[in-house]
Write a protein that binds this ligand. Structure first.
Ligand code: ASP
Length: 420
């Protein structure tokens, strides 16, 4: 009320519009069901296409401009080590949370998997080894990598180009720096435009999802869903805020409020990749992180830093073992922890990718064959809401990393207040 009286009309703010669109989408989906879903599906798809449209040029120009402004190879190396250190730390914290919860609640032992509804595996490529992931980083053909949105390869080439620019004599260096800076600003402008239509897009995505989902599907795996959601909630609302506070001296409430738009977008799209433009725009304009840091931490983070997925890989794999009556000893659980980290790094930033890479973890502890595959099929049938939640956690961790690293680089303007 007060807000309206002072002239700041709350519903004109984009994050409120997105939240309201989500609520309307849920209501419309519940009432309209399948027929409504068929009619509004295109709205969500169009929004996803707009987001995907900006990803590659935005990431490319942002990283080249960012690295070129870092100034030296040594400074890039320092940022790189901090970023990787943060990724590994928070992913391991997430995995530990999953490990503890799955051992306390033991959802697999109390689940009637045989009666759960099954779904077919989507066709998503999974890297099968660390060497595979490494091979994905170096593109044989940059244009092909960009066309196929192979993000690690695009990031790699952008960093190399940025470093090459830093090594040029002054004149061409300034020309290229100015060019990439300007191109990056243009991409941010396009992104801002796309974000303006987010409420409509979010409505389309959520209404379609709710309209198509029968809630009876969730029954058999209810306890598993509860334990996983509890783990994600703890990571989002306890662990990451503590990390923000202790490593970055950042007020977690301010950071959370600044990040509402990317969080809702991640939740609605279930894709950290599609959310990346919104994350980059928000982290720079609201959280207050420089392009120098955010261009380095966010695209790489969206691709390899997935805390929610990491938690899920560990919890899901042990859940499957429990459901099959296989008891995993200490050594096996340690193997699960490290392969879960690897699987989360290898998972693509798209819907359902986390579920597909769970086979990496299962294989590492000898859970192969029809039994585990059957349970993964059942997990897939109820995966969407869990995917939405873990994607939001994935994106949030990236943003916390950007804020913390910016602070450690002496940036003073990070999360000083809530930007509305
Ligand atoms: N959908 C997730 C993401 O894009 C990955 C996953 O399935 O866990 O971040």
């Amino acid at each position: 009320m007060n807000l309206i009286a002072t002239g700041a009309v709350w519903w004109k703010k984009l994050h409120w519009q997105i939240l309201i669109a989500m609520v309307i989408g849920i209501g419309a989906g519940m009432i309209g069901g399948e027929p409504l879903a068929d009619n509004v599906e295109w709205i969500g798809q169009l929004f996803m296409k707009l987001l995907r449209m900006v990803i590659v040029p935005l990431v490319f120009t942002s990283i080249v401009a960012g690295v070129a402004s870092v100034g030296s190879g040594r400074a890039v190396g320092r940022l790189f080590s901090k970023t990787l250190g943060y990724y590994v730390l928070t992913s391991l914290l997430a995995i530990t949370t999953g490990l503890i919860l799955v051992n306390i609640f033991r959802p697999g032992e109390k689940t009637d998997v045989a009666n759960a509804i099954q779904a077919d595996m989507p066709d998503i490529r999974t890297p099968s080894s660390p060497v595979d992931i490494l091979m994905d980083i170096v593109p044989a053909n940059v244009i092909e990598a960009a066309a196929g949105a192979q993000m690690l390869a695009v990031i790699f080439f952008s960093i190399i180009l940025g470093l090459a620019i830093v090594g040029l004599p002054e004149k061409p260096q300034t020309t290229l720096r100015n060019f990439f800076d300007a191109a990056f600003q243009a991409m941010m402008k396009i992104t801002t435009g796309v974000i303006m239509v987010a409420p409509i897009g979010v409505f389309g995505l959520i209404a379609t999802l709710v309209g198509r989902t029968g809630f009876e599907t969730f029954g058999a795996l209810g306890l598993y869903m509860f334990v996983l959601s509890l783990g994600l909630t703890i990571h989002l609302f306890v662990t990451l805020p503590l990390v923000l506070f202790f490593l970055g001296r950042i007020n977690p409430i301010i950071h959370f409020r600044n990040m509402i738009e990317p969080l809702v977008t991640a939740f609605s799209t279930a894709s950290s990749g599609a959310t990346l433009p919104v994350t980059m725009q928000t982290v720079e304009t609201r959280v207050g992180v420089s392009n120098r840091v955010s261009s380095f931490t966010l695209p790489m983070g969206a691709t390899i830093n997935m805390d929610g997925t990491a938690l899920y890989e560990c919890l899901g794999a042990i859940f499957i073992a429990q459901a099959l009556g296989v008891s995993l000893g200490f050594t096996d659980q340690v193997v699960v922890v490290f392969t879960a980290l690897l699987a989360s790094i290898g998972a693509a930033a798209i819907p359902s990718a986390g579920l597909v890479v769970i086979f990496i973890v299962l294989e590492a502890v000898g859970l192969t064959g029809a039994g585990p595959a059957f349970i993964v099929g059942a997990m897939l049938a109820i995966d969407r809401p869990l995917d939405m939640f873990r994607t939001a956690v994935n994106v949030y961790s990236d943003s916390c990393g950007a804020a913390i690293i910016a602070r450690s680089e002496g940036e003073e303007n990070v999360d000083t207040h809530v930007v509305t």
